[in-house]
Design a protein around this ligand. Structure first.
Ligand SMILES: *Cc1c(COP(=O)(O)O)cnc(C)c1O
Length: 392
């Protein structure tokens, strides 16, 4: 039985919502997006939300709005999707990588504190796999001027100690990419409690213009716009925004299904050599992904076996400093927790509508790989072993 890595839950019935936008004069950002932004403000308990065309564009707009650029440093974890670091490069600043905690795979707060220099303008903690970083604890370790920009691409519904993304950081950025827990194909959002950042974002998501397309004709007469700062083009059209609202309504029910599936994986794999991240007391994970670690250098072999059996599995992620763009700079120190996790991890199919028999198939194929993982390495007789020259 083939099992896809992800199956989205949007249906042709959504086309009625899109048709509603097509019947209105507004195709790009307008009243539908504004409704969703109000929903996001209520959901996250923050006064400002801005829909964006992706996490990446939302992050670029946020960094521009904070005036972060050449000469500045931004601290990022080595274990994340490359976009977390790429956006820092895109605005001309320098990403500074730190390692992650071996149990949770979340950014190591002490290493963040140790990496702060006079050039540090921000940290981008990543709520990896859906588990929120302890933002209040991170804040206590940082100088007040250092901004916290939460990468909440995996963490729409996750929370920690009753706090949600965006409440304690300077901003939290979400992704509505095709495989994320809430999706409109491509999209994102920035939420913040900071009125100055919110005001600047309105401009940096739209070229840096002083008045958006929706406001230009306000009052019936044309108003000139100006560009006083550099912006990107990051706004989300209503055609896509209209798909989000029903998913926000249903997100808690979906989380219950994700949690049940994760508990099934954990029970079925408890007696195996596979391991997975620890979820700390007080954290409610959004359960975006179910990654495991395959020991013994067998990750790629297991990935291939899953692939041959028709099971969709991916790698989230190889450590960012190991990717050619970053490795080629030759200046990033070894961050062993991220490197080792990145060399051994793979993610299993996980989505609310995954059927039990599909999940059982994934588990069976995975368990069939265990003998090969546990087989002892072939012993080379001492007589054939070439003596390594002693290093002195
Ligand atoms: C998906 C993802 C992003 C990028 O999101 P886009 O909307 O595709 O730009 C950034 N960070 C993490 C951790 C992600 O998983």
């Amino acid at each position: 039985m083939a099992v896809p890595f992800y199956r989205h839950a949007l249906s042709p019935a959504c086309s009625e919502r899109v048709a509603g936008v097509l019947a209105s004069p507004f195709l790009t950002s307008g009243p539908q997006g504004a409704r969703v932004e109000a929903r996001l403000q209520a959901f996250f308990g923050v006064p400002h939300a801005k829909l964006t065309s992706s996490w990446t564009q939302g992050a670029v707009a946020t960094l521009l709005a904070l005036g972060i650029g050449p000469g500045d440093e931004v601290i990022v974890p080595a274990m994340t999707f490359a976009a977390t670091a790429n956006v820092v490069r895109l605005v001309g600043a320098a990403p500074v990588f730190v390692d992650v905690d071996p149990a949770t795979l979340l950014i190591d707060r002490r290493q963040v504190a140790a990496a702060v220099t006079p050039r540090t303008r921000a940290v981008i903690p990543v709520h990896l796999y859906g588990q929120m970083v302890d933002i209040l604890a991170l804040r206590r370790l940082l100088p007040p001027a250092v901004r916290i920009i939460e990468d909440a691409a995996h963490c729409f519904e996750g929370r920690r100690d009753g706090r949600r993304p965006g409440q304690d950081g300077d901003a939290a950025i979400f992704s509505f990419y095709a495989t994320k827990n809430v999706t409109c194909g491509e999209g994102g959002a920035v939420v913040t409690t900071d009125p100055d950042l919110a005001a600047a974002l309105v401009q940096t998501v739209l070229h840096g213009m002083s008045a958006g397309a929706a406001q230009r004709f306000q009052g019936g007469t044309y108003r000139h716009w100006d560009i006083a700062r550099l912006g990107t083009k990051a706004n989300l059209p209503d055609l896509l925004a209209v798909l989000l609202e029903p998913q926000i309504d249903g997100i808690e029910a979906q989380l219950v299904r994700r949690e049940r599936l994760c508990a099934r994986y954990e029970a079925a794999l408890a007696d195996t050599p596979f391991t997975w991240p620890v979820i700390e007391a007080g954290a409610v994970s959004a359960r975006h992904l179910f990654p495991i670690h395959v020991p013994g250098g067998r990750r790629d072999a297991v990935l291939q076996a899953l692939g041959r059996a028709g099971i969709g599995a991916t790698v989230n992620y190889r450590s960012v400093p190991s990717l050619t763009l970053y490795a080629a700079s030759g200046t990033i120190p070894d961050l062993p927790v991220s490197r080792r996790w990145g060399e051994g991890t793979l993610s299993l199919p996980l989505f609310p509508d995954l059927r039990d028999e599909e999940q059982d198939e994934v588990i069976a194929v995975l368990r069939a790989q265990i003998p090969a993982i546990e087989a002892p390495a072939i012993e080379v007789p001492a007589a054939l072993r070439r003596e390594e020259p002693a290093l002195v």
